[in-house]
Design a protein around this ligand. Sequence first.
Ligand code: HEM
Length: 362
Amino acid sequence: MACLRASLAAAAAASRTTATPYTMPFLSSACSSLRSYSPSASRISLRFFAASPLRPHMYLNLQTGVGLVRAFSGKPSATSSASDPSQLKSARKDIEELLRTTFCHPIMIRLGWHDAGTYDKNIKEWPRRGGANGSLRFEGELKHAANAGLVNALALLQPIKDRYPGITYADLFQLASATAVEAAGGPKIRMKYGRKDVTEPEQCPEEGRLPDAGPPSPAGHLRAVFYRMGLDDKEIVALSGAHTLGRARPDRSGWGKAETKYTKDGPGAPGGHSWTVQWLQFDNSYFQDIKERRDKDLLVLPTDAALFEDPSFKVYAERYAEDQDAFFEDYAEAHAKLSNLGAEFDPPQGFSIDGVPNSPEV
Ligand code: HEM
């Protein structure tokens, strides 16, 4: 921590005199280092904060010496209950612009999933049950191994949160995720809003609620984790199809190649190992590519492979490889359900910002 404080001070001093441009490649490589506080890692990540929109929050931290960034430090959002529908609509426009300019669709979907996917249906009490409650904005949860790199997504969304204080982080994360699916060519998702935010880092779930990509028994592991969330085999397979977008990076999750012929030139930050050739296009090629396994430059995690190995999963995986409409229909329903997991809504039934009926109750 002594090294961290020294680096913070140095970064803050440097940031007062240098105007470093804000670029995606820098942001993405820098932030994965937040996972550990080795002196060299903190130097890199602090260079990121010096150049980022989160910089104003960092000074406060220097004064208190607590946490890294004020936005992650336990301060409640301006509205810690329901979100304002008109601010949500404006935020959606800003997210669409962010997606157009930074190609951050995949990481926004991963952010929404990792906030919601900590839900435990066996725990009744909110927020101890986990789920879509904005807890992933806190440093402690961002440092969970499964969340490596997601600080990048938060850094991209924080300026939008600052512009719209009347929306919760929990809603913002799910709004960004659903908007990213749709903007990448995926199905329209019937979302509802009004998720309450947790207000303290102590309300974050313990580490270990999200799935591992390489457990000893992948199908059994997927069932253990997703059944705990109240999701079934069809939903496991459909949701796994989100890997039609994005890449794994060895310096984040430890999976995949540092770059492939499909990722070496971006768009956005170059590198990583994608599951599909067109990894910014939401379609059913994930299922086709896993089934065929013809190209070493396309990723197949052990948990992806399980979808064609387990007899019950295979029924859905085969169907989705054949029929994109069937995949889109089941994906949209499962995504809406995932986005509501564990959430407490205000008003209790939530509300739509599209003038359509709410998504199914969980
Ligand atoms: C089934 C269990 C799952 C496992 C084991 C798993 C594992 C992983 C891993 C290891 C990565 C690479 C992270 C990195 O290195 O940056 C990743 C990325 C990703 N995951 Fe999953 N995942 C699962 C389910 C899901 C679900 C349910 C969704 C969404 C509904 C999802 C969406 C994504 C996306 C979009 C990325 C790409 C992120 C990026 O390019 O920055 N995953 N996942």
